[in-house]
Design a protein around this ligand. Structure first.
Ligand SMILES: NC(=O)c1ccc[n+]([C@@H]2O[C@H](COP(=O)([O-])OP(=O)(O)OC[C@H]3O[C@@H](n4cnc5c(N)ncnc54)[C@H](OP(=O)(O)O)[C@@H]3O)[C@@H](O)[C@H]2O)c1
Length: 335
């Protein structure tokens, strides 16, 4: 089959390549990685042209307009990339019976709930970035419409729905090969002896590699062929929760344990409320998301097979993942 990955130069796009390479999927399938140079996602016509030419059976949209604060002023561009582009991809998937994996964000919520958000909670984004991502989710749902399989019916067949299927994987606080909060903190830790970090916003750090593995566990069977799953929204974060402050302390300690020479010690990181660090785009105070749909889908998809790796993915917590990430950065002399 043909697999098309948008966003090849981003954290998640690179993670998909790493996971595909590790599983030697390129020996089995034709995998095409596309970046901005090959297809500008703000140009809907060029997306359609590319899809018609490459005829993908699986479309992975790892690209997005992710400049959260800049989106407050670049509204049209954010909507073109985060709402229109996924709509075009969804239309292709629906009309050609393809599988579409799209990624979204905790920023579609306002963060006012005191418990983890569930997939069916009402979207109420605070920022233009969140609004553009929410518009993308709505556009995909509208394209697939009421005849999607959804979570109410189980698809018993062994091949993906001829109508096409989609998963919107909502995630939070992503880190991988690229710029992210952990890399910023580690850089600052080499320059400064003190730091002030927000301690009243809650979420889950998510490894881009883990997220790519989750996407593939949902879409592919143990023979790495497409399989049916209920179309809809899936919250995809590892186990646990934390604050930016605790994450910063955690990452600094992991770097020290890995032998990195830093000026900053975890004890010297001061906790501050978000009100003391105002940014152009407001962030949700609570980004925690419950993973009900993902747990049901991955458990059901086992169907008595021995592929337990899919369940193990769900049991992974963010803490050892962050430690392993920081250790790897230290090994590669990137701290
Ligand atoms: N990062 C997070 O903390 C976070 C949190 C929650 C959800 N998410 C979601 O997770 C997904 C992956 O995020 P990520 O962290 O991997 O993002 P990322 O590292 O910023 O990568 C986004 C990619 O999209 C590409 N892109 C942007 N505009 C484009 C355009 N006009 N045409 C073609 N490509 C374009 C960028 O290309 P260039 O490299 O050329 O700029 C970049 O490679 C996104 O859907 C994001 O909304 C991310």
């Amino acid at each position: 089959m043909n697999i098309l990955v948008f966003g090849k130069d981003g954290q998640l796009g690179k993670a998909f390549k790493a996971v595909f390479d590790a599983n030697k999927l390129d020996k089995l399938h034709r995998i095409i990685y596309v970046g901005r140079a090959e297809c500008d996602l703000s140009n809907a016509a060029s997306i359609t042209t590319l899809l018609d030419e490459l005829k993908p059976n699986l479309i992975i949209n790892a690209a997005a307009y992710t400049a959260v604060d800049k989106a407050e002023t670049e509204v049209d561009l954010a909507y073109a990339i985060n709402a229109k582009a996924p709509e075009v991809m969804a239309m292709y998937a629906k009309n050609h019976g393809a599988t579409f994996l799209h990624f979204s964000t905790d920023y579609v919520f306002d963060g006012s709930r005191t418990v983890p958000y569930v997939e069916s909670d009402i979207r109420n984004p605070l920022s233009m970035y969140g609004k553009s991502k929410a518009a993308g989710e709505e556009a995909i749902e509208k394209v697939f419409g009421s005849d999607q399989e959804g979570f109410s019916e189980s698809n018993e067949t062994n091949s993906p729905s001829l109508k096409g299927q989609f998963a919107i994987l909502r995630t939070s606080w992503v880190y991988g090969e690229g710029g992210n909060f952990i890399r910023t903190i580690l850089r600052l830790a080499k320059e400064r002896e003190t730091l002030r970090v927000i301690a009243d916003q809650y979420g889950v750090p998510t490894s881009a590699n883990w997220l790519a593995e989750v996407g593939l566990a949902l879409a592919l069977n143990e023979l790495h062929q497409l399989k049916p799953f209920p179309s809809g929204i899936y919250h995809a974060v590892p186990l646990g929760e934390t604050t930016w402050h605790a994450l910063a302390c955690n990452a600094i300690q992991a770097a020290i344990d890995a032998g990195a020479l830093l000026k900053l010690r975890p004890e010297a990181i001061e906790s501050i409320p978000a009100t003391e660090y105002p940014l152009p785009a407001p962030r949700p105070m609570n980004s925690r998301m419950a993973r009900g749909n993902l747990e049901v889908a991955l458990t059901d998809s086992l169907g008595g097979s021995s592929d337990m790796t899919k369940l193990q993915i769900l049991e992974e917590s963010w803490v050892p993942q962050v430690a392993a990430y920081v250790q790897d950065l230290a090994l590669r002399k990137l701290i």
